[in-house]
Design a protein around this ligand. Structure first.
Ligand SMILES: [Zn+2]
Length: 321
């Protein structure tokens, strides 16, 4: 807490008016690959011991940012866990003033749910686009070897910023590996970024110090009033290479009637919203699961919730700090 108070004083001394926050309600989308405790694919994978520790580190990262936002005068913070099952964050490790939302929602934004009154979005622990050189780079799922839209790799930062734009939310802050941060700045004009070095194992990182710097950077972004909601103009033409080859591509694409040649799938969409929905169908939803979506989501969320119970037991049995 004293460190956070010092950061707030620092920004007050620099002339930021902390009494007039630029945003009243911040939505944080939290992922694990670009967080401080994830050093491998295994550490991002469900029910592995490194994943349990990565969940704890991710929760601490989010907590550091949440605290600094409340100290900067934000009225509400909603944290949406958006990795795999959507159950990675341990709410008991995060400042109680924030609402932590685990699991997936049907809509209005598929997966994310209702952004409610949020007026700014921050993305923490993110990764670079599928087919690029970042740490554990992927878009939506690692089953996509590459995803190019209108000739350019599509990163999740662009996708999420675009589907939240109709709700008036600008994407103001992003953290992830250096490649992911570069992609975020290239695609979202005015977004602030803060990177994490992934060339060393998480144990070699001074996590407390990194978190303080992350929080300081997020506080600075909080006073950024210039970023606009991101609304790229369509139409969009996506070309997707499926990692496991033609058979896997047929299973994913043919059930929805998407245009496919071998392992290559093509999807056209008039806008980002439609593209997002079609990509979700390709990556996650057989038609039957979509037809029974409330039930499928309940089942999926229950598995995630049980996974988080397992994480808590692992952290008790094998504490690291
Ligand atoms: Zn993830």
């Amino acid at each position: 807490m004293p460190a956070i108070a010092t950061i707030v004083m620092h920004y007050q001394n620099m002339g930021f008016n902390m009494n007039a926050p630029a945003y009243r309600h911040i939505l944080i989308i939290a992922d694990i690959e670009g967080s401080s405790g994830c050093g491998s694919y295994r550490a991002s994978s469900f029910l592995t011991q490194p994943w349990a520790h990565a969940c704890a580190a991710m929760s601490r990262d989010v907590d550091a940012v949440v605290k600094v936002l409340f100290d900067a005068g934000v009225g509400r913070v909603t944290v949406k866990d958006f990795h795999r099952t959507g159950y990675n964050l341990l709410p008991e490790m995060i400042d109680r003033r924030a609402a932590v939302v685990c699991g997936y929602r049907q809509g209005p934004v598929p997966g994310l749910g209702d952004p409610d009154s949020a007026d700014g979005v921050m993305m923490l622990g993110m990764h670079a686009a599928a087919g690029t050189s970042g740490f554990l780079a992927h878009t939506l799922t690692s089953r996509l070897a590459s995803l190019k839209v209108n000739g350019r790799p599509l990163a999740e930062v662009e996708l999420f910023a675009a589907v939240l734009a109709p709700f008036g939310l600008p994407a103001i802050f992003f953290s992830g590996c250096p490649v992911a941060c570069t992609q975020a700045r290239e695609r979202i004009p005015g977004i602030h970024t803060f990177s994490i070095e992934k060339s060393m194992p998480p144990q070699a990182l001074d996590a407390d110090r990194w978190r303080r710097d992350l929080a300081r950077s997020a506080a600075k972004a909080f006073s950024n009033r210039t970023t606009q909601p991101y609304g790229p103009k369509g139409p969009f033409h996506a070309v997707i290479a499926i990692r496991d080859g033609a058979k896997a591509a047929a299973r994913m694409a043919d059930r929805w009637g998407f245009d496919r040649t071998g392992a290559r799938v093509r999807i056209d969409a008039p806008d980002m919203d439609t593209l997002y929905n079609r990509l979700i169908r390709l990556c996650y939803l057989p038609p039957l699961a979509e037809r029974t979506l409330p039930f499928s989501l309940m089942l999926f969320n229950a598995i995630g919730w049980l996974g988080l119970l397992w994480v808590r037991r692992q952290l008790k049995a094998f504490p690291r700090d």
